[in-house]
Design a protein. Structure first.
Length: 258
């Protein structure tokens, strides 16, 4: 199997992959509290894992692809009251993404898909994709792995039909990829109210609030029925959807203008 990770490849090999038209997957997540039972790096780990699996699907089909190092910090101001959380301001996030994408394009690549793993990044990324595409004169695509795998997620979970936060789904995926980081003795405490990852379209007014006002445990959803098998199914479905878009649904883009 060919190497897929940017930081494990040489510069000449990356130039060769760029000449072959390889897309670059850029995982973005967050480092923030995830209840009493999960590590703070969940969103970073899971976006990177979804990218890894998608890239392996493509490589197995003989398609060139590169997975960039992940951007481990995002927009998490609503989690800071729990501690254990890094967060960026929106201008800083914009600047970081612009510079990372510019570096990828300067290295010769022409197709970038930002793969998000944190619900708090969604609205900003959707808007920033337009800004970045204009600033860099190249279409910058954005998805969230949990949106790509949503249909399968609804099928495999018992107590919810979408990902929430430190919930059945996220806990299942962490059990699948890093079980040593899941504090199983804390699972009985890993429950909280149900939430939507994005604003409910029925709400006509948006009012920001701390996640501590939503849940005392830091959890939204119920992690007590999590299993590694559910996690594998969600990650595989998410990766398959991302790979399919890259191989079938995406379109070549022009080189950036100087």
């Amino acid at each position: 199997m060919p190497e897929i990770f940017w930081n494990r490849l040489t510069a000449p090999k990356l130039r060769d992959l760029a000449e072959q038209g390889a897309p670059v997957l850029l995982p973005v997540g967050s480092t923030e509290q995830h209840g009493p039972h999960l590590p703070t790096g969940v969103d970073d780990f899971l976006s990177a894992e979804a990218c890894r699996r998608a890239a392996l699907i493509m490589a197995d089909c003989g398609r060139p692809v590169v997975v960039a190092p992940s951007l481990w910090c995002g927009l998490s101001d609503h989690h800071v009251e729990f501690g254990g959380t890094f967060t960026l301001t929106l201008p800083t996030y914009h600047a970081l993404l612009r510079d990372l994408c510019r570096s990828i394009l300067t290295a010769g690549f022409t197709k970038i898909l930002i793969v998000n793993g944190h619900g708090g990044n969604v609205t900003a990324l959707n808007a920033l994709s337009n800004e970045l595409s204009r600033e860099l004169a190249t279409p910058i695509a954005v998805t969230s792995y949990f949106a790509a795998g949503q249909a399968r997620t609804a099928e495999v979970l018992d107590r919810q039909n979408t990902l929430m936060h430190a919930c059945e789904g996220e806990t299942s995926m962490m059990m699948a990829i890093a079980p040593e980081l899941v504090s199983s003795d804390k699972l009985d405490e890993a429950t909280g109210p149900e939430i939507a990852l994005q604003s409910d379209p029925d709400h006509v007014v948006y009012m920001p609030r701390s996640f501590r006002d939503v849940t005392a445990s830091g959890v939204a959803g119920d992690a007590r029925t999590a299993t590694p098998e559910k996690g594998e199914a969600i990650l595989d479905a998410s990766a398959a959807a991302i790979a399919e878009w890259l191989m079938i649904g995406s379109h070549p883009v022009s080189r950036p203008r100087e």
